[in-house]
Design a protein around this ligand. Structure first.
Ligand code: ADP
Ligand code: MG
Length: 684
């Protein structure tokens, strides 16, 4: 007997070869098969009398074949089968190209349903290569909404459709209902059986809509339960309580006042840390919003409690900058700060490790060297990671795991729309810093095309003469990339600039360099030892060069808006008036509209929302790791409302049954566990 776990190779019509092709699509069991949802649908449900079909319209006609199909061989490789079909309203000439077998399958005097595009020329009507079936078999591939699946070699739509049909017939009825009854009622969701049936073979568009709603909800609900479970487990692990400290003493030590948003983030984190549970908090704020200060306040609070902190940065240069900034903030209290990076000499490393072990350091800042090496933290209370999406989720868990049960603060400038942050960081609490420190100057932004090149070079010259530095960013060029326009690599562009400005110091950082060499070039630029730095996006994350006043982005249309916004955040960090110039020769309306958004606003959230709207979430994240399994139906950006609902319901359910042990939640637990198994990499 077949059940949901039966291998697809045992269904009728699927042999060894087709089973292998299905495997390539990720389909192994009957459950996988019926969960392999269509990519889109073709509406073949509309029947029209021949004479009423408009030119270019795709329709079904019910017609009698009026003459014997004739096979003509026009030349080698071109066969035609032609015949005429009629209904009460008129007639149509039907032609099949290179499908000579049609001649034997279609009989004069019989009625068929044909689905295809009607071509009308004067009083003549014609269809080319229409899909057909006998009138009495109608409802197979015509007369209905037909699913269209993602394909691979060795399969075709019809085979896959029939296999899914068999799969549903065999075990559609066995599908466990994983959504609790009250949830289904509250959210008005169709049953599992109805949804799986109608997502493949919708009865009508209303049925399809009901099916989609249910399955999107289901997907997000399972995801939310999975993330909620992780959080539940972590919370129950318990953390070292850091009694609620009033941070006023720390704020008083600063040369400026914290913003309201910084105060709020610190208050939220202090509440977490004093609760007795372990903190997992994300501080998300636009570039320049002052996240480092939030970390400093917490490091201070932890230190007050006699505990140490560690801070992990994705690059050496960022570690260096954090070391300097934080040393400054923390020095008034005598908090001892150390640094550990991969490029340090063996002796220096040994000394830092020894100092840490002996309790002579209160804060250690570094790259992932912090945790990959034999570093001993005798009394670690807090781990801060900066720009953690750069690390990958596995590193993050290695870091937290190795250090016992410290509180965790994650800082990120990636401006993810609020609704998305909820699910992406579903296992983290989120503080959003939505306020800039006062006096932050706006970076004037312009989009220009090649015709401005001479003026642009003149502008570079002027700023460098005034003592400023310039960033130039080029898109990453993959070697095998076939592009309509030739893109300049960073290296090539640097050579050109060096030729234009023989007397200026032009440095270059690109993807093929070793991290150590990249860091060396960056560090030299920070020290002011180069005037122009040409690079790929390696400078995207928070490097601070207050003297840089101009950011030029070449082929700007090749970047995401949020990415451009991050790049722009590299300038305007000092006292100098700063500019961002987006160079692009792409004159499509869409490209222009996108770039103009950047010229108009400097609000990272607004930009990311626009970006999401224009590009969709798939592109929004690109290859960037966000630590979530891919969703099949749900669009993490577009289904914000469902997302929120699913999140809410998951929270409610987990509050009642944290481990999903209740008998009525077993099926749901199995699904959550399946998700964990399939995405072992995403969840730590
Ligand atoms: P990011 O959020 O991008 O990491 P930083 O923490 O690097 O931002 O802060 C950017 C700059 O703003 C730093 O020079 C920092 O000292 C300064 N800063 C932070 N908070 C304030 C504040 N409340 N008032 C004035 N300047 C601030
Ligand atoms: Mg920063």
């Amino acid at each position: 007997m077949a059940d949901l776990n039966t291998d697809v190779r045992y269904i009728k019509g699927i042999g060894e070869k087709k089973a292998l092709a299905l495997n390539k699509l990720g389909v192994f069991t009957l459950y996988d098969l019926i969960s392999f949802f269509p990519r889109k649908y073709e509406d073949r449900s509309r029947f029209v009398p021949i004479a009423l079909a408009a030119d270019g319209e795709s329709v079904c006609i019910r017609a009698l074949v009026a003459d014997t199909p004739r096979l003509t061989r026009v030349r080698r490789g071109l066969d035609l089968v032609r015949f005429r079909a009629v209904d009460d309203s008129g007639m149509v000439d039907i032609t099949y190209f290179n499908q000579s077998y049609v001649k034997d399958n279609i009989q004069r005097g019989e009625s068929y349903v044909f689905y295809g595009k009607m071509e009308v020329k004067g009083s003549k009507r014609a269809m080319t290569n229409p899909v057909y079936e006998k009138e009495d078999a109608e409802g197979g591939v015509t007369g209905r909404i037909v699913p269209v699946y993602r394909m691979t070699a060795g399969l075709n739509q019809k085979t896959l459709m029939q296999a899914v049909r068999r799969g549903l017939d065999l075990c559609g009825g066995e599908l466990p209902e994983i959504l609790p009854e009250p949830v289904r009622r509250r959210c008005q969701l169709a049953s599992a059986h109805y949804a799986y049936e109608n997502i493949h073979f919708p009865r009508d568009f209303e049925g399809l809509e009901l099916a989609r709603n249910r399955l999107i909800f289901e997907e997000l609900f399972v995801l939310a339960c999975a993330l909620g479970k992780i959080r539940g487990e972590r919370v129950r692990e318990g953390g070292i309580p850091i009694p609620g400290r009033d941070p006023e003493e720390f704020w008083q030590s600063l040369p400026f006042s914290p913003t309201g948003a910084q105060r709020r983030a610190v208050r939220q984190a202090l509440e977490d840390m004093s609760s007795g549970a372990v903190m997992n908090r994300l501080v998300q704020g636009d570039v320049g919003s002052g996240k480092t200060l939030v970390a400093a306040a917490l490091i201070w609070a932890v230190w007050k409690q006699g505990l140490g902190s560690a801070m992990m940065a994705p690059t050496e240069i960022l570690a260096e900058q954090h070391f300097e900034t934080l040393s400054g903030f923390l020095a008034p209290f005598g908090i001892r700060v150390g640094k550990l990076t991969g490029s340090m000499g063996a002796k220096a490393k040994r000394e830092v490790k020894a100092a840490l072990k002996n309790g002579e350091l209160d804060l250690l800042i570094g790259t992932h060297a912090l945790f990959s090496e034999d570093v001993d933290y005798p009394r670690l209370g807090l781990v801060v990671t900066d720009e953690q999406h750069r690390f990958g989720v596995r590193q993050r868990s290695a870091l937290i795991g190795k250090a016992g049960k410290p509180h965790v603060l994650v800082m990120s400038a990636t401006p993810i729309p609020r609704t998305l942050a909820l699910i992406i960081y579903g296992d983290l609490d989120v503080s959003i810093i939505d306020e800039m420190p006062p006096g932050r100057q706006k970076v004037d932004t312009f989009a220009v095309d090649e015709s401005y090149r001479t003026r642009l070079n003149g502008f570079i010259r002027k700023l460098v003469t005034e003592g400023r530095q310039v960033f130039v960013v080029c898109p990453m060029v993959e070697e095998n990339e076939d592009l309509p326009v030739a893109l300049k690599s960073a290296e090539e562009h640097a050579k050109e600039l060096a030729a234009v400005f023989p007397d200026l110091r032009v440095a270059c950082v690109h993807g093929k360099m070793k991290p150590k060499d990249k860091d060396a070039v960056m560090a030299a630029f920070v020290r002011g030892e180069a005037d122009i730095l040409v690079s790929t996006t390696v400078i995207e994350v928070g490097v601070d060069v207050p003297n840089a006043a101009l950011m030029i982005v070449e082929n700007a249309d090749r970047f995401g808006l949020s990415q451009l916004h991050q790049l722009r955040g590299r300038v305007g960090r000092g006292k100098h008036k700063s500019w961002c110039i987006l160079v692009s020769d792409n004159d499509s309306e869409e490209a222009k509209a996108r770039l103009s958004i950047l010229c108009k606003t400097s609000d990272g959230f607004k930009i990311s929302e626009e970006d999401l709207r224009l590009r969709g979430p798939g592109d929004f994240f690109g290859s960037r790791q966000h630590g979530l399994p891919a969703t099949h139906l749900a669009d993490l950006g577009g289904n914000a409302q469902v997302l929120q609902q699913a999140q809410q319901e998951a929270t409610l359910l987990l509050r009642e049954d944290p481990d999903l042990n209740a008998p009525e939640n077993r099926a749901l637990r199995d699904r959550v566990e399946l998700l964990f198994r399939q995405n072992a990499d995403s969840f730590n």
